[in-house]
Design a protein around this ligand. Structure first.
Ligand SMILES: [Cu+2]
Length: 674
């Protein structure tokens, strides 16, 4: 098409600056047949299609989806809303970018990580930048971008995909992605509806885990010769039961709109300007009586409910320039403001929370400027660089603190404001030939503490004061990798070693008291190894191994919430019209833990046993129709992931030490492309 969209692609990923790179072409060919297991597209970045099914069954939220990728794990809390972790890093240590915007959940107990609002099937692409090797978004240990394609050529008329999934434990999901385009204008609608009943583990234990969610996105756009304008509105609703806590989420409402303008400026060089603004409102309610039985007692005669909300406004502008062949610059600014508020009732029958005012409890403001430069320094050598500065302001607006469920006290720090300026950056050298890619990079990511670390749940510091002044943490990390391939095989390895200064560690030191936030020094290392071999055309064998390690240097102990070693082996065979696949997943025991320490999502609860599971699937296509069927946890094993949270005592359910994974489940998915 025209130039602006070519340049727009540069904004997406530094990698695509290498026009028509042979390696990219090859890996895309491999990707088209991948149903089970993941093939690395590059050593430093993962680029996957969320519409393509993975084993296990089609994921219903972003966390469940990411769990399938090497290096990722999930902190399970029930049937949905799990928190993804990558290389032992969770919460704000992962930047989750949703169509170029940042979205923060509202729940002070972390029922709604950003990925809880993401329906993977409604996106076109998921890109994971491993390590602090990008400065286009908030500095973090890894950047995960869920993206919709705004740059593909428009086919006139009506086109889209409709899908239906059914599975064990009452799981059902419907998706529709439809687009209508004329020469210059288009409209696109994406909707999904999904629900599930409580699942059972392999022993038949019922887990409080049902959910019901809907999500709708409408986008209208204009695409001219040198200008592109996009408006989009998203609304999502839901409710979810939790197996690990005393409350369920009865409302997860999100309203979001976004305006984006991409343009080519009349400059002497190839360029594009990408400006976007968006606003998101989250309204969340959790209680202990709507989705579970409430039993009154002398201490708690009535049920309780909480209604936290967050309003986020964010904007960004990025100018991409190509002053010469083999050189690309991205110069950008971004900023965001979010206001969190809350109201609650411990006597929901006689004094419902709805009758109370919403009270602001924290306000965050962030401004940043960044520059990235891609420079081709030889026929096959590239040098990538970036620097970024963030300025943060946060206000503690909590009038009252609730150090325990039965205790309220005035907040001595109300109205206090703190500011911080943080510097981040990276430099990476890459060698890129069609059969070999190698990279070595060093990055530094300075992260300002998030709402949960500073203001959530009246947390304190080791000195006993409010955690509002906990230090920002800085990750300094080396990342290296290699990817090589022959006619019938491919191998990739990525490895990292890093140091975190002032790592924000949460620990529960006394029961029923707020957690303590301390700044420690941490060390990290690990990596992912993956490969594919096609002994003959119809058979593909794949494998991956992930290893993550972390240590707490200050206390001479392990870093908590780091997943154990994991291996996946899968096979895929073409038999006439059918593709048959199977996957074996083995997870080692975890003996490296730090009891009662962790992050804003969960704390370590002790060691975990190793386990392995097997899943199988089959798929076939008839022109526009495709069918996928599968069985997860084929042998109905009872197992728990190390990172699962501990089970809560809930009427009608057994109390389990860790939330178990689902037992055997059968699923089927039908998709129609038009
Ligand atoms: Cu909640």
């Amino acid at each position: 098409m025209n130039k602006v969209f070519v340049a727009g692609g540069l904004v997406c990923s530094a990698f695509y600056s290498v026009a028509g790179s042979a390696a990219e072409t090859v890996s895309k060919d491999l990707e088209t047949v991948v149903v089970t297991g993941i093939v690395m597209s590059e050593a430093s970045t993962l680029n996957v299609d969320p519409k393509r099914l993975r084993q296990p069954a089609p994921a219903h939220d972003g966390g469940e989806y990411l769990k399938q990728l090497p290096g990722f794990s999930l902190i399970r809390k029930g049937g949905s809303g799990g928190d993804p972790t990558f290389r032992g890093m969770a919460g704000s240590r992962l930047s989750i970018v949703n169509d170029d915007g940042m979205l923060l959940g509202g729940c002070s107990s972390r029922m709604d990580p950003p990925t809880a609002y993401i329906t993977p099937q409604n996106y076109d692409r998921v890109i994971v930048v491993k390590g602090p090797q990008s400065v286009q978004y908030l500095p973090s240990a890894a950047t995960v971008r869920f993206e919709r394609d705004h740059t593909e050529a428009l086919d006139p008329g009506l086109h889209g995909v409709a899908g239906v999934s059914l599975g064990s434990f009452g799981k059902q999901e419907m998706n529709l992605d439809a687009q209508y385009a004329s020469t210059d204008y288009y409209a696109r609608f994406r909707g999904s509806q999904g629900s599930a009943d409580n699942y059972r583990d392999g022993d038949g234990n019922l887990i409080n885990s049902h959910y019901d969610r809907q999500s709708f996105n409408t986008e209208v756009g204009y695409r001219g010769e040198t200008n592109q304008l996009i408006m989009s509105v998203t609304q999502s609703m839901g409710e979810a039961a939790y197996a690990d806590r005393g409350m369920d989420g009865v409302r997860f409402d999100r309203r979001q709109w976004q305006l984006r303008w991409m343009s080519e400026l009349p400059l002497a060089m190839q360029n594009s300007l990408d400006v976007s603004i968006q606003q998101a409102d989250i309204d969340h309610v959790m209680d202990n009586y709507s989705l579970r039985s409430f039993v009154p007692n002398a201490m708690r005669p009535e049920p309780a409910a909480m209604n936290p909300t967050r309003e986020t406004t964010s904007a960004r502008a990025v100018l991409s320039l190509e002053p010469s062949q083999g050189m690309a610059w991205r110069i950008g600014v971004d900023g965001s403001e979010n206001q969190h508020a809350n109201r609650m009732s411990m006597k929901q029958y006689s004094m419902p929370y709805e009758s109370k005012p919403l009270l602001d409890d924290g306000r965050f403001e962030q401004r940043a400027a960044f520059v990235e430069m891609d420079w081709q320094i030889g026929e096959r050598w590239w040098w990538f660089n970036g620097v970024r500065q963030d300025a943060w302001t946060v206000e503690d607006q909590r009038k009252m603190l609730m150090p325990s469920p039965m205790q309220m006290m005035p907040n001595p720090g109300v109205g206090e404001i703190r500011e911080d300026d943080l510097n981040s950056g990276f430099s990476r050298v890459e060698y890129r030939a069609s059969d070999l890619q190698v990279y070595l990079g060093y990055g530094r990511a300075s992260r300002f503490p998030d709402y949960w670390e500073l203001l959530g749940k009246a947390r304190t510091t080791p000195m006993g004061t409010s955690s509002f002044y906990a230090e920002s943490e800085t990750l300094s990390q080396w990342d290296a990798g290699v990817m090589t391939q022959g006619d019938s095989w491919q191998v990739s390895l990525s490895a990292y070693t890093g140091r975190v200064d002032d790592f924000l560690l949460l620990s529960a030191e006394q029961p029923m008291q707020p957690e303590v936030v301390s700044n420690i020094e941490a060390r990290l290392w690990g990596g992912e190894l993956g490969g594919e071999w096609r002994p003959f055309e119809k058979l593909a064998l794949r494998g991956s191994v992930s290893v993550s390690r972390g240590s707490n240097v200050t206390d001479q102990s392990y870093l908590p919430q780091v997943a154990p070693n994991e291996m996946r082996l899968s096979a895929e065979y073409q038999m006439q019209q059918w593709t048959l696949g199977g996957m074996w997943r083995g997870v080692a025991a975890q003996e490296r833990f730090a009891l009662n320490q962790g992050n804003i999502v969960a704390l370590d609860k002790g060691p975990s046993a190793g386990f392995s599971t097997v899943s199988i699937n089959a798929s076939r296509k008839w022109q526009q129709l495709s069918l996928d069927i599968g069985v997860d946890n084929l042998f109905d094993k009872t197992y728990q992931e190390f990172l699962s949270t501990s089970g809560a005592t809930i009427v009608g359910f057994d109390t389990l030490p860790r939330v178990p994974e689902p037992g055997r489940s059968v699923w089927a998915n039908v998709r129609y492309t038009f």
